[in-house]
Design a protein around this ligand. Structure first.
Ligand code: NCD
Ligand code: ZN
Length: 356
């Protein structure tokens, strides 16, 4: 540490967790999983595989594949625990919630409004109609609902889809199920921040590093920049400022979720490019850079390591992670299966790096 408390040269945190992560499967899983293991002790694993992970049995098999991929490669010997989720559909049975609760390894159900994002075709078409019996049991069981909070109506402007979702879905959902634990995933707007701050009952939100570091200008800087395209899409600067204030506020309602989403380079740099930013490689470097720029490095540990476990009712990790103030050069690309993945901010330099 330097003598200037505001400008430390290094910080050591309780080992953090990633509360929103896409690992995919097969050779892609094999290529990306160690980036997460390097920085995080646990991660909430998103279930939007093809086909989606809709049952406890599918989640068990997926968890075993993740554990096997880690075991094959884990030279760090940091323990890593995948926290599994199930993909909610119109046909999810109440029984599956009971099984999930009993499994001990399923920690939430993910709501994808049908068609909202990558691999969401099997998503929910009528949450309060078709899914009410399931939501009732989730509420009673203390099983969190993780929400992709965007409406899919093509008439709603893509930049307004989160704000409209709050009025059309979140408010009625919470009115009907006030004790349901809800995580508003990858929050992107000042409207979302205001909602989560004020909502009654057990409501929290994850925030990505890219939504803390960039506004929507990043999508068009000198030309169209597909590696900055994700859903929900980057918003105006006033929204980024609201997210940064929320993440660094110390409120236990906001915690870290990278939403790291590996897509092959060729499908990002494409005439209909996929949504998703790859940030697992340098997640804590990105978050530390954002918190430092806000003068709030002292709030990073709560956001990254303490608030998430408290909301999910899980223990805090026992290990630590140290970051040092040093230039971290983001690689141009990385091998992924038989192709490449381009990390966010490829070729740029970040102010912090993980100290191994
Ligand atoms: C995610 C993906 O690629 O799976 N993409 C994204 O832009 N965030 C899906 C998601 O979380 O919306
Ligand atoms: Zn996601």
């Amino acid at each position: 540490m330097s003598t200037d408390a505001q400008k430390p040269d290094s910080i050591t945190l309780v080992r953090p967790d990633d509360w929103h992560l896409h690992l995919r499967d097969g050779a892609v899983l094999e290529s990306v999983v160690m980036h997460t293991v390097h920085q995080f002790a646990r991660a909430i694993i998103m279930p939007n595989l093809k086909p989606p992970v809709t049952t406890v049995e599918l989640a068990r098999a997926y968890r075993d594949r993740i554990a096997a991929a880690v075991a094959r490669q884990n030279t760090h010997k940091h323990p890593f625990e995948p926290l599994m989720t199930l993909y909610l559909t119109d046909n999810t049975s109440p029984d599956e919630v009971v099984k999930a609760r009993e499994s001990g390894f399923v920690h939430g159900f993910k709501l994808y409004p049908a068609g909202a994002t990558t691999n969401s075709d099997a998503g929910v078409t009528d949450l309060l109609g078709k899914c009410s019996p399931v939501l009732e049991i989730m509420q009673d069981a203390g099983m969190p609902l993780l929400v992709h909070g965007e409406v899919t109506d093509p008439d709603v402007d893509v930049f307004d889809r989160e704000a409209v979702f709050i009025d059309k879905v979140m408010v009625p959902l919470r009115h009907r199920f006030p004790a349901l634990k809800v995580v508003f995933e990858h929050l992107t707007t000042a409207d979302g921040v205001a909602y989560v701050e004020q909502a009654e009952g057990p409501v929290a939100a994850t925030i990505t590093a890219h939504h803390l570091l960039y506004n929507r200008n990043a999508l068009f800087k000198g030309g169209i920049r597909p590696h900055w395209y994700c859903l929900p899409v980057l918003k105006r600067e006033k929204h980024r400022q609201a997210l940064l204030a929320a993440a660094t506020s110390g409120s236990g309602r906001f915690f870290l979720g990278t939403d790291s989403a590996p897509h092959p380079k060729g499908l990002k740099e494409h005439d209909c490019g996929c949504a998703g930013c790859y940030t697992a490689l340098h997640a804590m470097e990105l978050y530390a850079t954002a918190f430092d720029a806000a003068g709030k490095l002292d709030r990073l540990e709560g956001f990254a390591s303490l608030h998430g476990p408290a909301f999910y009712g899980l223990p805090v990790n026992s290990g630590t992670l140290t970051l040092k103030r040093a230039a971290y050069q983001v690689p141009a690309e990385l091998p992924m299966a038989d192709t490449q993945v381009v990390p966010l901010a490829a070729g740029e330099s970040l102010a912090w790096m993980v100290d191994d």
